[in-house]
Design a protein around this ligand. Sequence first.
Ligand code: SF4
Length: 342
Amino acid sequence: MNQNKKLLEVENLTLQFDTDEGRITAVDNVSFSVAPGEVLGLVGESGSGKSVTAKSLMKLNPGNAIYSPETKIKLHLEDRSVDIMQLKSSKEMLVARGGSISMIFQEPMASFAPAITIGDQMVEQLLIHTDYSVVKAKKYSIEMLDRVGISDPDQRFKQYAFELSGGMRQRAMIAMALSTKPKLLIADEPTTALDVTIQLQVIELMKDLVKEFGMGILFITHDLGVIAQTADRVAVMYLGKLIEQGPVRDVIRNPSHPYTQGLIAALPKLDDLDAPLVAVAGDIPSPLERPSGCVFHTRCPVHLGGQCRSMVPDFSSVATGHAVACHLIDVSNVQQQKVAVS
Ligand code: SF4
């Protein structure tokens, strides 16, 4: 992994939707990057804006989506850079969808057309995005089904998605997403619907494929445990804002934002099964009632009063590559500076 080289750069992504109840902000000034061969975990509760962020990378959000003019999404390929926000026609988007970028979803039925066999869909995608002949595309598709651990791949190739079990469908979707050797894979809750053993197999498979193809992965989940096993870096989202990001071990061992601390406290501890599970108190507010200042202040157990209610916290660095958006960090940095001076 070369973290200096960027594969994906997202800067100031702000996305609103016009709804019957009014305009809502789904993503607010979010910036992150993914390097080739890197897995970035994007974590947060449902309603935090993770999936909408992911769909923005392929412009898959519905027609009522309004991107701010400051939004920049760039995909840096070997021979050129693609400015995703400037792609207008569906022909132009083909360069991104299913070619350089692939996406896998929690529910694989969303990826497959129900009335076309798995094999025909895989072949069609290869014919669009590669120069393979039909014979080569068929052979390669069966090979990919085999690679993801699907038994009897020649037979599965001829079947429809509804004929496969949930775990097998998930693997078939991963095989299809990876068959075009995308530079960037967006995996939206890819293992949530699977039982634990299949979940582990799918995670191991994705890690192997990162090594083999050198692709970058944006791995979206609400499950920090899965992120700990999978990601190199993690970015935590709350109500459309990024609130903490850094190397996965550092963030999990030393979470600095009260929300990340709450998510980690809510994880079951296998070495102390009697320890109570502490959920983050309260519910994520409706985007129609977005809190002012720090968006987490209505649930924060330590908030600092007026400052948190009225001022949006900027990111501050707490360790190498580890940054947090919380006024507490500003306060402790100032206190540390005072101690150092006195
Ligand atoms: Fe809590 Fe204030 Fe930090 Fe927000 S800025 S997380 S309200 S302490």
